[in-house]
Design a protein. Structure first.
Length: 505
């Protein structure tokens, strides 16, 4: 059984926060998963570093990207209005959706009016966020993923485990087995026949679909244009062949102008895959016009809030809306690289997922646990093309959880005691003395190798060195006393004497 399918069936594993530890243990036992994730993320990471070097002056571009995102997010009401007006002028329809449920309802209205039975989907993390596939399945509309990675996961009944390489945890053998089961004929574990099979199956979907659904990498406010990037070309098929094209986008994914989108596309492709530009970049402005050779008759844009607007004006977290979903932070994160995306238990994984999920869901109790899935090393910030300080946000989320008294009572008591002891010189000294005597029964070979109770986790992969009898301060004070009491040495006085002699006339 696949990891995700197993998670869905297990009531503990399926909970974002309380299942985190168990999912982590399972992932750490899965050697194949760890190797596969590390191998691909290494490749992406190396590609990104080379692309940055080749580009030159990366920091200036990064700063420009940050400034564009900062400007848009700070003036989101203005740019959303401009974008929506321009989509309408070009003949499209904008639907503002406060929640995931609103977006699903808006999509179903469109589908029902068109009596749609088949939806061809391009890659869209926002549609994953609102669980659109499951809802469509419930009412008998078939939705087929056409991005190869997403198609594989749909057959495997799994969710994406990476923002841009959704099937990062699968190898060719596993995909061949999956396709063989699905097709009822054996497939070799080779790229070409596997890709050919997917191509054959998906071609008829493109041609027969009533609705094409895509995400949106950037909406350009000055023209109401949807920017789509893809390396497979399926985005173009989905957005041009079916009669209706529905775009699902997060409300923050705007840039003011075409000049700005150029900066963002440069940063996105290089940070995501190390490419100069993704293979296909499409700019879609309105539905098909008279004389156009292809394109949909209707274009609908669902602009999703779903918790995003609650970050606006929050000095600690507004910047999370600057994210362009390049996944560079996942590829460098030591935690993600060890456990992969399913361990996070949410649609968005890695450092950005650990910040975004609790904020979007406004759930600091369960989803807030993700903030602890980090070493706080700051590699995510260094890699982020728009300079989002994810490591600071993870600390702030932990802080918020503590302020809301959502940490265990024993932990709160322990830290309160710790704070009291460290706030008083006398108590601090007494605690130091007590710690020395208390550690003695636990010492083995000059260190604590297995700590008791809740501290046991600390010593699972490291040991605690023995606490010395005298503290540094005590030893320092003693040294000072010894120096003060010692008679002046010959060496110390000789130069002074010599100097005094020289001063004499
Ligand atoms: S937080 Fe930064 S690095 Fe991570 S996905 Fe978003 S833009 Fe990319």
């Amino acid at each position: 059984m696949s990891g995700t399918a197993q998670h869905e069936r297990d009531p503990v594993l399926s909970k974002i926060g309380s299942g985190l530890k168990k999912r982590t243990e399972l992932a750490l036992e899965d050697d194949f998963l760890r190797k596969a994730v590390a191998f691909t993320t290494d490749k992406l990471k190396t590609g990104r570093l080379k692309a940055m070097d080749d580009f030159g002056d990366w920091e200036t571009w990064r700063e420009r990207g940050r400034a564009i995102r900062e400007h848009v997010v700070s003036h989101l009401d203005y740019y959303l209005t401009q974008f929506s007006d321009n989509v309408a002028k070009a003949g499209g329809h904008v639907h503002f959706c406060r929640s995931g449920e609103d977006a699903v309802r808006a999509f179903l209205d469109i589908a029902n009016k068109a009596e749609a039975k088949l939806v061809a989907k391009g890659k869209s993390m926002v549609s994953e966020e609102i669980h659109l596939n499951e809802r469509l399945e419930q009412i008998g509309i078939e939705a087929v993923e056409t991005d190869l990675g997403e198609y594989i996961l749909q057959l495997a009944k799994e969710t994406p485990s990476h923002l841009i390489i959704p099937a990062i945890h699968k190898n060719k053998r596993q995909i061949a087995d999956l396709f063989s089961d699905h097709a009822g004929e054996p497939f070799p574990a080779e790229t070409r026949p596997l890709a050919d099979y997917a191509r054959r199956k998906l071609r008829s979907i493109f041609l027969e679909a009533d609705i094409g659904l895509t995400g949106c990498n950037f909406g350009i406010a000055e023209s109401g244009t949807i920017t789509l990037v893809s390396n497979e070309g399926n985005g173009r098929m989905v957005s041009t062949i079916p009669k209706i094209h529905v775009v699902v986008m997060g409300m923050e994914r705007l840039v003011p102008t075409f000049a700005d989108v150029e900066v963002m596309l440069n940063l996105l492709a290089r940070s995501a895959t190390g490419q100069k530009l993704t293979t296909y970049t499409s700019f879609i402005t309105g539905p098909r016009r008279e004389g156009d050779l292809d394109g949909p008759e209707e274009l609908h844009v669902l602009v999703l809030d779903n918790g995003r607007s609650s970050q606006l004006g929050d000095p600690q977290f507004q910047e999370v809306l600057h994210c362009i979903r390049c996944a560079a932070c996942l590829n460098v994160c030591p935690v993600y690289r060890h456990v992969g995306g399913h361990t996070y238990g949410s649609v968005y994984s890695g450092p950005i997922g650990a910040v975004l999920t609790p904020l979007l869901q406004q759930d600091y109790q369960e989803a807030g646990q993700l903030a602890y899935a980090s070493s706080l090393c700051g590699a995510c910030y260094e890699a982020c093309p728009v300079k989002i300080p994810l490591h600071d946000m993870l600390v702030q989320l932990r802080h918020r959880k503590v302020k809301l008294k959502m940490t265990p009572a024993a932990e709160r008591l322990a830290f309160k005691t710790y704070a009291t002891a460290f706030g008083s010189v006398t108590l601090y000294r007494m605690a130091n003395k007590a710690a020395y005597w208390m550690q003695r029964p636990l010492l083995k070979g000059g260190a604590i190798r297995r700590a008791p109770g809740p501290l046991a986790g600390w010593t699972q992969s490291r040991f605690l060195p023995m606490k010395p009898k005298r503290s540094f301060r005590e030893r320092w004070a003693e040294l000072q006393r010894e120096l003060a009491d010692a008679p002046p040495s010959a060496n110390a006085t000789a130069p002074a004497d010599a100097a005094r002699k020289e001063e004499r006339p």
